[in-house]
Design a protein around this ligand. Structure first.
Ligand code: GDL
Length: 452
């Protein structure tokens, strides 16, 4: 195994999601937030940047180069390394030496602009090999190791200090267990890949609730190097109705012993990422002393000034509420847990058994309406647009819930409740919403057969 201690532990943010890449202004703000959080490296790899993936062979134009150079300079001005990632896997021919040369050329173009490090990504690509590749290499793992080693050798000749990261086709245990990329891919890759190449890993799942020390060590043994975590905990490109504003949590308690670094690949909406970035910084600086709830509270305080308003000032509690509604994929924030419990009580019991849930829900309604107005008054419009859609939906549901409570409590309730504003066709509509109604998911994640 390569010497873990000899190279700096890499920490940072990878812009590695599907969807609209961040703007220069957002990246400028990102760099400032990363620097304040003590992170070290920004990785550029937006899936839908044509040059990154779909048209990876095409060099950048002169004007695009000027923009990239300015971005790299900005990154350096914030004391961050700039890592450029290329994802050629959709149509690369591993056996074609020309393609290795093209890859090296693409990296060289960016290195000439000042980039420090590079990554070669083979995530989310076709799982069948072209005939020429199958004949030459026999396995994906060998093909991948071959091109990575070749490009690594070319680039390190000119830049011996460069850090080279690689993303395998099976990048989590679930994929490896399903033999994505071929049986034994990871072991074969670990053996064949140059020991100085770092390997990305997202944990047991693509979106891992937990990645513990034992898991990291087990993968490290398999890959013959400690994994570089690509953390999708707060990524939301797979379900854009959600936002994940919760803290870094459930990661190895001794990161520097079992990992070579950690990058978060967070929400597509840049403004939703303040807490993920801030708490990642706390996690890497505190190690085993890190407490996610404390880090969350500290991050909220640091975030509050971003809510500068043209109207009434935001309170810390209001920002907390917002963040607790949009928390983490496998866990609701404290406020959301209470809200859901109360809503369940009201929906499943008669009014005389609602207890305190009713009062809390009515208060929720008022608060959510108030925050909806306060969102419109934010000076940072990007922050407003980030949360407005989802908050609007929440407000609609609470309006309905309040009207439902009124109806249940009226002395002679009609037999059926017909909401006056939430109407069939315009409320909760759309093809996807209707499709979602067909196959209900059970609490254990299973889907029952729907016919008798
Ligand atoms: C993925 C993709 C990533 C995407 C994320 C969340 C990796 C290595 N690749 O599979 O681009 O943003 O899931 O949807 O995670």
């Amino acid at each position: 195994m390569a010497d873990v201690q000899s190279r700096p532990f890499l920490t940072g943010v990878i812009e590695g999601f599907y969807g609209r890449p961040w703007t220069t202004d957002q990246r400028r703000r990102l760099f400032a937030q990363m620097q304040a959080a003590g992170l070290r490296c920004y990785a550029y790899g937006p899936k839908d940047d044509l040059h990154h993936r779909a048209c990876w062979r095409e060099a950048y134009s002169e004007s695009a180069c000027a923009d990239l150079r300015a971005l790299i300079d900005l990154c350096h001005a914030h004391d961050l390394r700039f890592l450029y990632a290329l994802g050629p896997g959709l149509d690369v021919c591993y056996a074609d030496p020309e393609d290795s040369v093209r890859m090296a050329e693409r990296y060289a173009q960016i290195m000439a602009l000042g980039a420090d490090d590079v990554a070669l990504l083979f995530d989310d690509i076709p799982d069948t090999m072209a005939q020429a590749d199958a004949e030459r290499f026999g396995s994906f793992a060998k093909a991948h190791a071959h091109v990575a080693n070749e490009v690594f050798a070319r680039l390190t000749k000119a830049s011996p200090d460069l850090r080279f990261l690689f993303c395998p086709t099976p990048y989590c245990s679930r994929m490896a267990d399903a033999a994505l990329g071929g049986e034994g891919y990871l072991r074969e890759l670990g053996e064949a890949l140059h020991p100085e190449i770092d390997v990305f890993w997202t944990g047991p799942e693509i979106i891992s609730a937990t990645i513990d020390d034992a898991h990291a060590r087990m993968i490290g043994d398999l890959l013959k190097r400690p994994p570089m975590i690509w953390d999708n905990l707060q990524a939301n490109d797979y379900d854009l109705r959600r936002l994940f504003v919760g803290p870094c949590q459930g990661r190895p308690s001794h990161p520097e012993e079992s990992l070579s670094g950690i990058f978060i690949n967070p929400n597509c909406e840049f403004e939703a990422n303040f807490i993920p970035i801030h708490t990642l910084g706390a996690y890497v600086s505190k190690g085993s002393a890190y407490q996610s709830l404390d880090a969350f509270s500290e991050a909220l305080e640091a975030w509050l000034p971003a809510f500068a308003s043209t109207g009434d000032a935001w309170t810390l509690d209001e920002v907390r509420l917002l963040a607790e509604i949009f928390y983490l994929p496998h866990e609701d924030g404290a406020a959301a847990q209470q809200l859901l419990e109360d809503a369940m009580v009201v929906a499943s019991r008669p009014p005389d058994a609602w207890g305190e849930a009713e009062g809390r829900l009515r208060e929720w309604h008022t608060t959510v309406v108030r925050i909806a107005v306060k969102l419109t008054e934010l000076k940072n419009r990007d922050l407003f647009y980030t949360f407005n859609r989802q908050w609007w939906e929440l407000r609609e549901e609470l309006e309905l819930l309040t009207q439902y409570m009124d109806w249940r409590q009226s002395e002679t309730p009609d037999e059926r409740f017909f909401p006056s504003e939430h109407l069939l066709g315009t409320f909760r509509g759309g093809v996807v919403a209707r499709l979602q109604g067909f196959l209900a998911m059970e609490p254990d994640g299973s889907i029952k057969s729907t016919h008798a």
